[in-house]
Design a protein around this ligand. Sequence first.
Ligand SMILES: *[C@@H]1O[C@H](CO)[C@@H](O)[C@H](O)[C@H]1NC(C)=O
Ligand SMILES: *[C@@H]1O[C@H](CO)[C@@H](O)[C@H](O)[C@H]1NC(C)=O
Ligand SMILES: *[C@@H]1O[C@H](CO)[C@@H](O)[C@H](O)[C@H]1NC(C)=O
Ligand SMILES: *[C@@H]1O[C@H](CO)[C@@H](O)[C@H](O)[C@H]1NC(C)=O
Ligand SMILES: *[C@@H]1O[C@H](CO)[C@@H](O)[C@H](O)[C@H]1NC(C)=O
Length: 945
Amino acid sequence: MLPRPPPHLLPWRYLVLLFLALAVSSNGVSATAKPKAKAPTPAGFGYKLVSLVQRPNGGGLVGLLQVKRRTSTYGPDIPRLRLFVKHETKDRVRVQITDAEKQRWEVPYDLLPREPSPPLGAATGGAPFTAGEYPGQDLVFTYGRDPFWFAVHRLSTRQPLFNTSRAPLVFKDQYLEVSTRLPGDAALYGLGESTQPGGIKLRPNDPYTLYTTDASAINLNTDLYGSHPVYVDLRNLAGRGVAHAVLLLNSNGMDVFYTGTSLTYKVIGGLLDFYFFAGPTPLAVVDQYTAMIGRPAPMPYWAFGFHQCRWGYHNLSVVEDVVENYWSAQIPLDVIWTDDDHMDARKDFTLSPVNYPRPKLLAFLDKIHARGMKYIVLIDPGINVNDTYGVYQRGMDRDIFIKLDGQPYLAQVWPGPVYFPDFINPDGASWWIDEVRRFHELVPVDGLWIDMNEASNFCTGKCTIPTTHRCPDPTSKEPWLCCLDCKNLTNTRWDEPPYKINASGKSARLGYNTIATSAVHYNGVLEYNAHSLYGFSQAIATHKGLQSIQGKRPFILTRSTFVGSGAYAAHWTGDNKGTWEDLRYSISTMLNFGIFGMPMVGSDICGFYPASPPPLEELCSRWIELGAFYPFSRDHANFASPRQELYQWQSVATSARNALGMRYRLLPYLYTLNYQAHLTGAPVARPLFFSFPDFAPCYGVSNQFLLGAGVMVSPVLQQGASSVDAVFPPGTWYNLFDTTKAVVSTGSGASAVFRLPAPLNEVNVHVHQGTVLPLQRGGTISRDARATPFTLVVAFPLGAEDADAEGAVYVDDDERPAMVLAEGQATYARFHAAVRGGREVTVRSDVAMGSYSMSKGLVIEKITVLGLHGAGKDLAIQVDGADDATAVATSSPYFAAADAAQALRQGEEEDGVEGGRRGVTMEVGGLALPLGKSFTMTWSMHIEA
Ligand SMILES: *[C@@H]1O[C@H](CO)[C@@H](O)[C@H](O)[C@H]1NC(C)=O
Ligand SMILES: *[C@@H]1O[C@H](CO)[C@@H](O)[C@H](O)[C@H]1NC(C)=O
Ligand SMILES: *[C@@H]1O[C@H](CO)[C@@H](O)[C@H](O)[C@H]1NC(C)=O
Ligand SMILES: *[C@@H]1O[C@H](CO)[C@@H](O)[C@H](O)[C@H]1NC(C)=O
Ligand SMILES: *[C@@H]1O[C@H](CO)[C@@H](O)[C@H](O)[C@H]1NC(C)=O
């Protein structure tokens, strides 16, 4: 079944030797000669455009490219290429280049549904296209004929966005190269997954290799678990931030070289299939991107609660103990997890009869479910090879494992020898869905965690089960070392492609610690091509499985991801370490996944691997202060780590109650962001430039982030620090923990950095002017917290005369799989607040589909208004357009006295107490306004003598 190595490999090898010999001898000479830049041998000489036609009915352009001059570097050139260009929407243009004669591998349309490109060879029809430009609404495609190049520019600004004329296009079977020029001041983001020590903004000359790999997240600038060949390009044009994005939809391994003024892709297969997204705002970019790749999956409400996990909860008693300790420490906890400890000999979908006996586990689940808590377990894709194991037997019966040389491909993971199911095979997916169903009958878990799905393999190459020693050896202290008998695979061009990407950050073989790339999936699909889709295809199958059995909104956490994974699963940033550096890196990776359309993301709080010496207590305080604001907030540790549940230290428990206490008050806001992410792709956690694209000083900010549009988190990331230097974009920002503390920034220059106090147990979280923030009373379990009364925090600029503020809240029945605004199932309330002349204040809500909220009895008890002077009087409330006595009959509205402001202004070193006489926080309390009814509330402010 395997293709033989093609004859061209031989001459190519000789050429390389020849080239190396020349390089060595010329080096010898150049030691004395004048230094002279040696032009690198090009991998190709480009193509010329020989025809171009416009298909009827807006069907795009189709062109034919002819290679100009052949080379054999990295294999022979594909002589004739088909160009296809289409403005698929008003803000998206696609430029696809592929072999004109032969179908090539591309990301399967059933995994990532999208508009098809025209079939090859079909009579295209249409008229010759002679114009130099092919404009859409704002994006314009232009091209050169000989040599062929293409460019995309923006009509409104005339800015070139992408231009491939700087280097010849190269298109071989296993090597594609294309390069674009970039302005030196463009800020780029994306191209993951990698841990970026330089922060969120791509750093010139850092390596960006994309190939899914189980290299732990502590490896910097390395191809980690996911592959996302997309970047956002943000440029500041005369004070205005303008963004677009570029996706190269391709699942093959690739190196991307970014120099600051150019970006070059070197890809080892597939097509060049570019999508350009016009923006022009960062939010518009992610909207357009997720419209194409799939909107982020809606998450259940409880998933925004706090999660605790550890690899090494040896038995159920330990787990029970953890839950009770959280409970008695009054630290919020919604979800308890087990890694592989509940399993029988680390086999998927099993229970250890000794450590997690089923009757006891079911009794425990009854108990925690009654409290509103949830339970999630891990599963790996590798299925233990064991004739007595039903999951394995059924998989063999259905013949769904990935194969090498006609036999299931043998690997080693935690249970020992395993085979890998093929989730691209429809039978493989339906077998998996059935196994998920069977397991759910055994244990009613609330979600699944799919790990090791890059796929990770402790061995490399072609392996057999040893006859001379036990594998795995149950006494081994290092069960992650390969114990199978293996030999390297070097005989195919899939195992040893002509161009070597920087796999695993060490130019490793493609098959290194994963499935051999010459292995085959269903229908002859090569692992070489489908490798980076493995975790994605597993997430899709797992999602189908959970949704069909539970009839509920699934929660899945996956380690390996690809373009589109966000429509099915959440992500954590993988195996990090308990260090201050890892604490800091977590922010950039989290923000990147927001851009990748996967906003439910977080890092292992307090670190997964133990650091030595462990700086744990202080670090863990700071980590929960940051991690409480990750969209996905979970403490997880390795079996070798010291215990690090948040109640283990008094000081950490205090920090946790404080930070998670605020998170649980913010749950309605986070859940509304979840809804907005699902509708528009807007990330839950966002880089500052998402709300302040014109404010260039925030383009590189990687130590702070926004939740939604107007809440900013500025954590401490340094040992021993008791203050934090934070960037504040223009406007008034109120400390959410103490709203009398305000920061007023004009956003000018370096003075937009403020030094704020940050004692050990406190984290700085601010709300920006113009926001109406919905809060509830909080609690320790989200089910209870979500039933408590609401407070609306209305943030006006400090001392505002005329200002507006807006916000919204979405509530629904999170058991329903779909997140749609429908009568009886969900309610959406929009809030608008205004002050006029510094006196007349209006707070209005505008409710859609109110009945769900009414049936839950949700009410607003308080409105907190920030930034105004004086005290309120003459309160008038209308509900549903009428002076509704019944709606507020149970309450007695009152105004609370205003607290004085402590405003920190630009240029002030110390805490400047600004205008002690002036009010800044005033309250309208004692309300019982139904959230499900539109209301208008007015009052006036008067300044007391
Ligand atoms: C792309 O580069 C070519 C060659 O330098 C140039 O003629 C063309 O104007 C450029 N187009 C855009 C949109 O940048
Ligand atoms: C559970 O494991 C803990 C820690 O390993 C041990 O101390 C305890 O005896 C075990 N309990 C049961 C019921 O096995
Ligand atoms: C197969 O699994 C059973 C049950 O866990 C175990 O007792 C047996 O040793 C396993 N066999 C092999 C060959 O690993
Ligand atoms: C396989 O190749 C790797 C990397 O070249 C090498 O380190 C290893 O020793 C080889 N293994 C065998 C069994 O030949
Ligand atoms: C491969 O990646 C590693 C890790 O970032 C880097 O140190 C190394 O220089 C890269 N190698 C090449 C050839 O780019």
